[in-house]
Ligand binder design. Structure first.
Ligand SMILES: Cc1ncc(COP(=O)(O)O)c(C=O)c1O
Length: 336
């Protein structure tokens, strides 16, 4: 039997293919997307589809008409391509400190004092730290943002339901906002798809940009996504994956704690392990046959750490990794 993605693709490829001039977004995907966003309380009367979350964020940023030198708030540590993309757009990065519950209200308030044109926030499965917003944190951040209606709020929900924590929404302070939900982590990265709900003007501009560039996102892929999003079997598989990731995160955090090392990761694919010697930690893990990443490229001003991706770690790997990190002659800082 074909796995769900292959079966959905095979069936989507049988349907008539899109032609020049056809509507950009399939009705079946638009209605699946609307339901998905509505379930999380995100207004989705204006919706589009892009080739993944980063494609969406690049186009949403371009749609705002930011000027070179405008300031953008980004998570520190944060997703490297996002930092690069903002730099490439001529924007000045303002670090937003992250704790296990997401960006901090004090950090956001300090960044807003500098005058932000926009900010990009990961609500769960924060990369690299595994942070996720709590309901209380999301409410605090909404409050801090409220007096700043000109700020554009971009939410990067790249992991969606596989994050293992509920979506928590921050209220956009004004007219400019976008919430991006990638299907990459939950359905397969090679689908290259993300749903985007945003204000009317942003969606109109992103739609024109896609139409002038790639033309549209392949309807074969859109049909596949619509099928997967409305299929109970897929939903169960995603829930199972979320549970399995959570077990692995918890097991690694526990194994490290048993060795006196504080680590965090409430959500998603990663566990975050503060350490004073990133390179020694990476090397020790490598000697045990496990690849982890130094925090250095993810950081702006935040302190050193390493990131362990738990998706493929067996129970034995988890113990081996914890042993390897315990062998490193370094200070493992207290958890964030
Ligand atoms: C925070 C974050 N955003 C976006 C992405 C990429 O999403 P997509 O593959 O849909 O472009 C990743 C991938 O790891 C990520 O960590």
């Amino acid at each position: 039997m074909l796995p769900p993605l292959a079966a959905a693709l095979a069936s989507a490829a049988q349907a008539p293919q899109a032609r020049y001039g056809d509507p950009m977004m399939l009705d079946s995907l638009a209605s699946a997307g609307q339901k998905l966003f509505a379930a999380d309380g995100v207004a989705a009367s204006h919706l589009t589809i892009t080739s993944g979350a980063m494609d969406a964020i690049e186009r949403v940023l371009a749609a705002q008409g930011f000027r070179v030198g405008d300031r953008i708030g980004v998570e520190d540590p944060g997703h490297i391509p996002l930092h690069q993309l903002c730099r490439a757009a001529g924007l000045q990065l303002v670090p937003l400190p992250v704790d296990p519950n997401g960006i901090t209200p004090d950090g956001l308030a300090a960044a807003l004092q500098l005058g932000l044109a926009g900010l990009v926030v990961t609500p769960r499965a924060q990369n690299p730290t595994g942070a996720a917003l709590t309901e209380e944190r999301a409410a605090q951040l909404s409050e801090v943002l409220r007096p700043h209606p000109s700020v554009c709020l971009i939410i990067d929900d790249h992991a969606g339901p596989v994050a293992g924590t509920q979506y928590q929404s921050i209220t956009p302070p004004g007219q400019r906002w976008a919430t991006v939900r990638s299907l990459g982590k939950s359905m397969g990265p090679d689908l290259r798809l993300a749903l985007v709900a945003a204000d009317q003007k942003t969606i109109a501009r992103v739609t024109v940009a896609v139409s002038n560039g790639p033309g549209w996102v392949s309807h074969i892929l859109q049909r596949t996504a619509a099928h997967l999003l409305t299929n109970n079997k897929t939903e169960r598989l995603v829930e199972e994956a979320a549970r399995s990731y959570q077990q692995r995160r918890d097991a690694l955090i526990q194994a490290l704690s048993a060795r006196g090392i504080a680590a965090t990761g409430r959500s998603g694919l990663n566990v975050w392990i503060p350490t004073s010697n990133e390179q020694a930690a990476v090397e020790s893990a490598r000697n045990a046959g496990i690849a982890i990443r130094a925090a250095d490229p993810y950081r702006i001003v935040s302190p050193p750490a390493v990131r362990a991706t738990i998706t493929n770690l067996s129970n034995t790997n988890i113990q081996e990794l914890a042993d390897a990190l315990a062998r490193v002659d370094t200070n493992h800082a207290a958890a964030m």
